[in-house]
Design a protein around this ligand. Structure first.
Ligand code: FA5
Length: 366
């Protein structure tokens, strides 16, 4: 009995004095390991008479519990001290110059938006914006899609569970076209704006993502016709792709908010596995890529926006910014745009000092 008491006291003292996890482990093995003295003492219980065992067992059990508790407490204390020491050692000096730090870059979508603004500003367009959280009146109804209109179903809309204070459905805008309505209501006519921004649809594959970017264009004036639309888009694409052999194909289409409506495709070649814009899409080795929708603003939309259709008319277009960025800078998968992979950004990103200007070239790569 005295033996166990003094051995326990010695073990507890050694545990308290241990200065490393290794030293603590040695103490554990010495007492509680397979061949440790507590384990051996426990084994002797088997050979004792029941009376002897009843007398001896509690002392051995409590020695084991006391040593195990002490080991656990000391281990926690040593680990906490090691962490403190590591934290003190690994301080970062934030005042050091960031010579070796990774370089930030401008995302191709931001770069293309700046390029768009630069080119359209030169054509006399102002940049307009609207909210990404819209109501269904601006996103659909005022664009000639009433509640039962089948085109609403084609937009795979994300709705919010609650309605606005005035009872309208709230949604993430599915296109930039509601900015047409907001601009006409705010400014009246004449008008010449582009509205780049984020839009949302429940849609995902290599060329569709749930969030993507569009740029809306709207021109309202007197005597505007489809020829103005075609010239504007062609002039824009020639400046944007910095080449003269841009061929656009306008395909008859349908949008509730334009009449007539045309879909815009651009011709590109696929030589060497890379898409290069230019040339007629039906020529050998060439194809067409859909980049947007457009048309003459529907008279009903002008009325919703408070303009007199007998007096004013105009054209509108909506282009997929991510699609034209892919065509210009050669990415194949739209989903990688939004993965945030630093290797992708380092490869496709732009230097913040490389601001697009018409004189220096709208797409000069760093
Ligand atoms: C529209 O959104 C119309 N608001 C465009 C418009 C504006 C027509 C003004 C007439 C007048 P559409 O759903 O086709 O149309 O989308 C326009 C372009 O956005 C497409 O051509 C494509 O380039 C791009 N786009 C559409 N869905 C996605 C998506 N999920 N991911 C990436 N780009 C997309």
């Amino acid at each position: 009995m005295t033996d166990i008491t003094s051995q326990t006291e010695a073990a507890l003292a050694a545990i308290a004095a241990a200065t490393s996890l290794d030293a603590l482990e040695a103490e554990r093995l010495e007492a509680l390991g397979k061949k440790g003295w507590v384990s051996l003492a426990l084994k002797t219980l088997g050979g004792m008479s029941p009376e002897e065992r009843t007398a001896a067992a509690p002392a051995i059990q409590s020695a084991r519990a006391a040593i195990a508790d002490a080991l656990e407490a000391k281990k926690a204390a040593l680990e906490a001290a090691a962490l403190e020491e590591q934290l003190a050692r690994e301080t970062i000096d934030l005042t050091l110059p960031a010579v070796a730090a990774p370089k930030g870059s401008v995302h191709p979508v931001s770069q293309v938006m700046d390029e768009l603004a630069e080119i359209f500003a030169d054509l006399g367009f102002a940049v307009a914006t609207g909210p990404e959280i819209e109501d269904d009146w601006h996103n659909f109804t005022a664009l000639n899609m009433d509640e039962t209109h089948p085109a609403r179903a084609m937009h795979d809309t994300f709705y919010f569970p609650d309605k606005s204070a005035d009872g309208k459905d709230i949604l993430l805008r599915t296109h930039t076209s509601p900015v047409q309505i907001r601009s006409m209501l705010e400014q009246g006519a004449p008008i010449r704006i582009i509205a780049p921004g984020r839009v949302y649809r429940s849609d995902s594959d290599a060329t569709h993502t749930p969030m993507f970017h569009q740029v809306e264009g709207l021109v309202i004036d007197k005597d505007i016709h489809l020829g103005h639309l075609k010239w504007t888009l062609e002039t824009f694409f020639k400046a944007f792709f910095e080449r003269e052999d841009i061929v656009l194909r306008l395909r008859p289409s349908y949008f509730p908010f334009t009449e007539p409506s045309v879909e815009v495709d651009v011709g590109y070649s696929t030589e060497g596995g890379r898409r290069v814009v230019g040339g007629h899409g039906d020529a050998p080795g060439h194809a067409w890529m859909e980049i947007g929708g457009s048309g003459m603003v529907n008279a009903r939309v002008l009325e919703f926006a408070g303009l007199e259709p007998g007096e004013w008319q105009g054209f509108a277009f909506g282009l997929g910014i991510d699609r034209i960025a892919m065509l210009k800078y050669g990415m194949n998968d739209l989903r990688a745009f939004f993965d945030g992979d630093p290797r992708w950004l380092a490869h496709y990103g732009f230097s913040p000092f490389d601001q697009p200007t018409l004189s220096a070239g709208v797409g000069a790569k760093a």
